[in-house]
Design a protein around this ligand. Structure first.
Ligand code: SF4
Length: 414
């Protein structure tokens, strides 16, 4: 499996992007009113033709090793060559994680393509996230998709059967938090925690420019209540966590991230540095490159830069945009960026370690079934004093992290 630790050098040097969000298509079989892509759908774009596989190959080749590729859309499974695109990134960028969010409306197609991706990309963790924004009719009316909830559940059943066969597979649910479902969060959280095959339940705060901005009129106290519930479920072990090595660190980061998002909403300003444009990039289906999904200022079109991401990042146009992000001139609550903004910011490690310790003590000696860790090797030895277990686990992780960082420094000096 492609180790997550290959990217520890980026904790010190944020020299090149290690995360790419790629909007593979604008096509969608739903019309969710809170979709920010719907807002921009009516706007004229210089070019609308989707990047071809050949073009994607060249772009991927210019990016080097990646930690994480997140596909987005539109409905990503409507892109006919999604399997081939995944293969390109797997072969050329060796991402540790590839993320596939889907509205789940095409059960068989999603199952078949996911199966092929799992087979082809067996050294990456493949995460499929199904959207569930309410139960039954609430989900359907929120997303304007009659019968949609039943289809998502069918997709869940079909994908759940792949978990045993493919240890690199992770299945999760994401719920958009907006004004229309903020009072339904308790029932959604209770429902999802009882779905045995769901390894993670995340909540995304509604974001971007919407056709109907009233969806953004959320009550922050209700968000706070929902994230409390998710944290409690993790601590009292009533909800699952991912199976891959480092999953508890990811769960701890999720908890910290949600707290910081809440604080950001209350403060209405950026509270931590953002590495968008440095560690993260967004590529649209027509080749526009952005530092993140929120800022509307494009760094340029990759077709005008010989399909070379390095050229775009170093261009005259990009430098002031990336500098303004470093200067803290914007803020948002977008979860994807909090992941890198937390994991690659050493100043947040004490807070992260605290959340991690609490989780480790809640899940002591849990044996991972993922090939990231040998089957019969628990994270902690059972004969260790219970008091020292969390501390030992954190020290082990940090020891590994520090030794890897020094290795990267040494390599950089060579
Ligand atoms: S803070 Fe948000 S809007 Fe600003 S660059 Fe980072 S991700 Fe984009």
């Amino acid at each position: 499996m492609y180790s997550l630790l290959r990217h520890t050098g980026s904790i010190l040097w944020k020299r090149r992007p290690i995360q790419l969000t790629f909007f593979v298509t604008r096509k969608c079989n739903a019309r969710c009113p809170f979709c920010f892509y719907l807002y921009s759908a009516g706007k004229p774009e210089k070019r609308t033709e989707e990047l071809s596989l050949n073009e994607i190959q060249k772009i991927s080749l210019s990016m080097g090793k990646l930690l994480w590729v997140a596909f987005s859309g539109g409905e990503i499974y409507l892109r006919k060559d999604l399997v081939e695109i995944s293969r390109v990134f797997f072969d050329q960028n060796k991402p540790s994680i590839m993320l596939y969010p889907t509205n789940g409306l095409l059960p068989e197609l999603i199952r078949d393509k996911t199966k092929q991706i799992l087979r082809n990309c067996n050294k990456s963790v493949i995460v499929v996230k199904l959207s569930v924004d309410g139960l039954n009719g609430t989900h359907d009316s929120l997303r304007n998709t009659p019968g949609g909830f039943a289809k998502v559940m069918e997709t869940y059943r079909l994908l759940g059967r792949l978990l045993d066969k493919y240890p690199n597979f992770e299945l999760g649910i994401n719920t958009l938090f907006c004004s229309a479902n903020q009072d339904k969060m308790d029932e959604i959280i209770d429902f999802v925690k009882d779905l045995e095959d769901i390894k993670t339940h995340t909540i995304s705060m509604v974001r971007g420019n919407l056709l109907d901005p009233h969806y953004k009129e959320v009550d922050y106290r209700k968000y706070d209540h929902a994230i409390d519930r998710l944290e409690d479920n993790l601590k009292n072990k009533t909800s699952n966590i991912y199976r891959f090595r480092g999953a508890r660190l990811k769960a701890a980061q999720d908890i910290l991230q949600r707290r910081m998002i809440h604080q950001t909403l209350v403060a209405q300003k950026r509270l931590i540095p953002c590495y968008a444009g440095k560690l993260n990039l967004v590529l649209t289906e027509s080749g526009e490159v952005y530092p993140c999904e929120i800022l509307a200022t494009s760094l340029g079109n990759i077709r005008d830069h010989d399909y070379d991401m390095k050229r775009i990042i170093r261009s005259k146009r990009s430098r002031p945009i990336i500098q303004s992000i470093l200067d803290g001139r914007c803020y948002c609550t977008h979860e994807c960026y909090y992941i890198t903004n937390i994991l690659f910011n050493p100043r947040l490690y004490p807070a992260l370690a605290k959340k991690y310790c609490r989780l480790v003590s809640a899940h002591p000696g849990r044996v991972a079934v993922s090939p990231f860790r040998p089957k019969n090797k628990p994270l902690l030895a059972h004969n260790q004093n219970r008091l020292f277990k969390p501390l030992t686990a954190v020290l082990q992780s940090f020891k590994l992290l520090i030794s890897r960082t020094f290795f990267n420094i040494y390599k950089g000096l060579e």
